[in-house]
Design a protein around this ligand. Structure first.
Ligand SMILES: NC(=O)c1ccc[n+]([C@@H]2O[C@H](COP(=O)([O-])OP(=O)(O)OC[C@H]3O[C@@H](n4cnc5c(N)ncnc54)[C@H](OP(=O)(O)O)[C@@H]3O)[C@@H](O)[C@H]2O)c1
Length: 242
């Protein structure tokens, strides 16, 4: 029986690479984003029976609840959830607007919490042998970054959420971990100045920014029986920079 994995924010960047990898390993995959993308539409055409895509805004909790309900109705048991969708508004705190703060809190933090809560409800009703949750944090949660204080707050919140939930759900056989990437070559980091980019590369022992593919393997592992005794961990993947 193939596993079912929910991967939020699958239209591009890390989320798209995860959708590709989880389809490749044989899972049924459900994903959403505010707008679709051509690469995701191509995957949906290739895997009409195994890929469920929707467009919705993760800031709206009701839409997230209905999404998870529809995934359960379509695929039955949900085995894995990777909470990946996030937004980042860069800028010093003094000039950060209320709507930017609200957007990061409601998508990155509340959206992830609601998505995971709805998934966990389904997992508890319909348990699987290898249930797991992975939340995507960022290295800035632990290290801090000027101009990213609110984004870092949301990611630090997710790490606390994952560690507490791992304790809460361990007895039910549901593992919860966080993955904390360094800067990755995606749309989210496209606004990095040339100066910041070279500074990050200089202090990274492996001498480059990460690619989504550098992170996908670890999430694939954590969302599998091979990681069956790993829970409550934050796995940093940053080329050794921290
Ligand atoms: N890139 C980096 O340097 C880096 C470093 C550390 C951690 N991370 C983390 O890694 C994860 C993936 O980042 P990425 O670089 O792949 O980002 P990305 O390229 O900007 O992709 C983000 C994905 O999330 C979706 N999304 C954003 N806001 C949404 C909303 N309100 N509702 C529904 N979907 C939404 C986007 O689609 P739509 O825009 O169409 O909604 C897209 O599919 C994030 O959690 C990010 O914080 C990234």
């Amino acid at each position: 029986m193939p596993h079912t994995s929910i991967i939020s924010g699958g239209s591009r960047g890390l989320g798209l690479a995860l959708v590709e990898r989880f389809l490749e390993r044989g899972d049924r995959v459900a994903t959403f984003s505010r707008s679709g993308s051509q690469p995701l539409a191509n995957l949906a055409a290739l895997h009409p029976d195994r890929l469920h895509t929707e467009t919705l805004d993760a800031a709206d909790a009701r839409l997230l609840c209905r999404f998870v309900e529809r995934v359960g109705q379509r695929f039955g048991q949900i085995d894995h959830c990777i909470a990946n969708a996030a937004v980042a508004h860069e800028g010093v705190l003094a000039t950060t607007r209320d709507d930017e703060i609200d957007s990061m809190l409601s998508v990155n933090l509340r959206g992830t919490i609601v998505l995971v809560r709805e998934t966990v409800r389904q997992m508890l009703l319909n348990p699987s042998a290898t249930s797991s949750i992975v939340v995507i944090s960022s290295i800035v949660a632990a290290r801090g970054s000027s101009g990213l204080s609110v984004y870092a707050a949301t990611k630090a919140g997710l790490e606390g959420f994952a560690k507490s939930l791992a304790r809460e759900l361990g007895s039910r056989g549901i593992r919860v971990n966080a993955v904390s990437p360094g800067f990755l070559e995606t749309d989210l980091s496209a606004s990095l100045s040339a100066e910041n980019r070279s500074r990050i590369i200089r202090r990274t022992p492996l001498g480059r920014l990460g690619e989504p593919a550098d992170v996908v393997g670890a999430i694939d592992f954590l969302s599998s029986a091979r990681a069956g005794f790993i829970t409550g961990q934050v796995l940093t993947i940053d080329g050794g920079a921290s």
